[in-house]
Design a protein around this ligand. Structure first.
Ligand SMILES: [Ca+2]
Length: 341
């Protein structure tokens, strides 16, 4: 009898454990999106994917912080947040950062919104580091995933930020306490590429500081991953026509027209880090642990180390990249829920 009872309890324990695991994995992933939106169009598609995942209750987008020192980039984020039906997501902007400029598509996309009569809240834009501190201070310990898809200016400044009214913890202590993982688009870890990766060299001192001092795990999507996984231009021309005007279509066509004079399939860099943040290990595998070193000339190096906090993305050999590309096509073009436009 006792044995039967223990057996029953064991079965219940297994059942409850499995249920708890599902419940845990079913919680929306709290994400801060840190972006240099305005140069390459992948930032805009990554943000669109985040909104689709918010609508699917897979993600809770806590804030968007902008590392391009350009108010138009922050306005574009406000516009996209509103267009996707989530206008209250707070937006922060870097203060006097090294990355500036209007890029390829910022002006065209903001103008298209105006010409199509789409109005959106253009209220308070906070200092990016202040917003990071405010959101992290309010978060559960070890819960937040930061998706950094531009230069490392904001996160490096957070590391050096002292205790203030928002938290008695320094920025580095706050990161260690609240952040689960940073998903970063940075560096080169495979392929025959010999150039220096843009997110590293656009603020080299900050990139070096991030990889030297950031206290939590960092998973890095290298240049070779974004190049291997492609967004077909045919999806942009065909899948975004569910409304009279679509900001992503405008942004993509503007970039293609200005940069190449024709439409092209395009690399997905920033989108890959969103996928790993919200659906970890479904589309990519991770390297063994180690340490990423950013050299003084901007090259990146990975040293395997069982105690290291860094890993870089790999494309799984047993799952074709078509699976990732299909997810990108479907999620980025997903119509928003409940928003009028
Ligand atoms: Ca970017």
């Amino acid at each position: 009898m006792r044995g039967a009872l223990i057996g029953l309890l064991a079965i219940l324990g297994i059942f409850c454990g499995a249920f708890a695991a599902r419940a845990e994995s079913g919680k929306p992933v709290p994400v801060i999106f840190d972006t240099d939106i305005g140069s390459d169009v992948d930032d805009a598609f990554a943000l669109a994917m985040l909104h689709a995942l918010v609508d699917r209750r897979e993600c809770d987008l806590l804030a968007v912080t902008v590392t391009r020192s350009n108010i138009k980039s922050a306005k574009l984020v406000q516009m996209l947040n509103a267009w996707y039906g989530h206008p209250s997501i707070p937006v922060g902007l870097v203060d006097n950062g090294p990355l500036t400029g209007d890029g390829w598509y910022l002006n065209d996309t903001l103008r298209a919104a105006e010409e199509n009569g789409f109005s959106y809240p253009t209220g308070r834009i906070e200092n990016a580091v202040t917003l990071l501190r405010r959101v992290l201070a309010a978060a559960e310990d070890g819960s937040v995933t930061i998706v950094q898809v531009g230069c490392s200016t904001n996160l490096a400044r957070l590391l050096d930020w002292p205790a203030d009214d928002l938290s008695p913890l320094t920025g580095e202590e706050l990161a260690a306490k609240k952040v689960k993982v940073v998903q970063a688009v940075a560096g080169i870890f495979g392929g025959d590429y010999t150039h220096k990766e843009a997110n590293i060299v656009s603020d080299l001192p900050s990139a070096r500081k991030l990889f030297e001092r950031w206290p939590t795990p960092i998973q890095v999507s290298g240049f070779e991953i974004g190049m291997a996984v492609v967004l077909p231009f045919k999806s942009v021309t065909d899948d975004y026509n569910y409304c009279p005007w679509h900001p992503l279509k405008t942004a993509f066509e503007s970039l293609m027209t200005r940069a190449f004079g024709q439409m092209r399939d395009w690399a997905t860099f920033d989108v890959t880090s969103v996928m790993q943040a919200v659906r970890p290990d479904r589309y990519f595998t991770m390297s063994q642990p180690g340490t990423v070193t950013v050299e003084e000339d901007g090259t990146t190096r990975f040293n395997p180390d069982p105690a290291g906090r860094h890993r870089y993305f790999l494309l799984p050999e047993d799952a074709p990249k078509a699976r990732a590309e299909e997810a990108i096509i479907d999620l980025c073009s997903q119509p928003p829920l409940g928003a009028e436009r």
